[in-house]
Write a protein that binds this ligand. Sequence first.
Ligand code: SF4
Length: 269
Amino acid sequence: MGYYSRAINMHKTAKFIFNEKKSIFPKKYNDLIKLKGVGPYTAAAISSICFDEKRAVLDGNVFRILSRYFKINDPINSNLGIKKFTKLSNKLVSESEPGNYNQGMMDLGSTICKPKNPLCNLCPLNKSCKSKKEEKFNLPNKLKLKKNKTRYLVYLIVKHYGKYYVKKRLSNDIWRNLYDFPLIEFKNSNENNDKNILIKLKNMLKNKDIMINQKVNINYKLTHQNLNISFVTLIGNIVFKSKKFEIVSKNKLMSLPVPKPIENFIGNI
Ligand code: SF4
């Protein structure tokens, strides 16, 4: 249901089922897929494993078995490939025990038809598997996706009489509704230096006498973004012009929902 938004999606879905569906959980794939945060994989897993609907689950393990067994070269992340594998797997799934079939396929992929060094001698499909016959296991194919975007984030750690400035992330960006510190973002690594940070800061602050006390740099990977994060601790009697920040105690800060790299950082301040 999405990594950072899983709890939000589950809550929305629970309210939707309670209010709109009279608390009756949907059983069919076509109804499940309409729920917030439920995609084809989850809908197929729930409908087949819990309610015996003939729907095939397609995860990385299943893609691997099918592409190797039938020797299918279409990339598993291309539209054509997805269509082909979905059609094939829905044809293969057991009529009477779709849930067991799906769980069996996922287990076979994770324990026997492994990405490297598949254990073909233990595999129940080894007599008719095309890859085994040719002793070539370089499938599945995948299209090379666009390189992840790198972002340069500078978090300002500002202590105000023993308390910290924070804000809730409301824009339609990563970590929506989580809390973070005042933020400066640069477009590239060259811009991210102390001189530029101080220039930007002077526009954000009421006072001008500030100093960078400490800078901690980390790299953090999200699914589609690489984050280069600098935590910059400032000293001086710092007051922000903007009213969007809250000032919270360290205890309160520790109890707020924050992104993982910030959680790691505040453990050390
Ligand atoms: S025989 Fe080998 S390659 Fe073929 S499905 Fe089994 S483990 Fe995978």
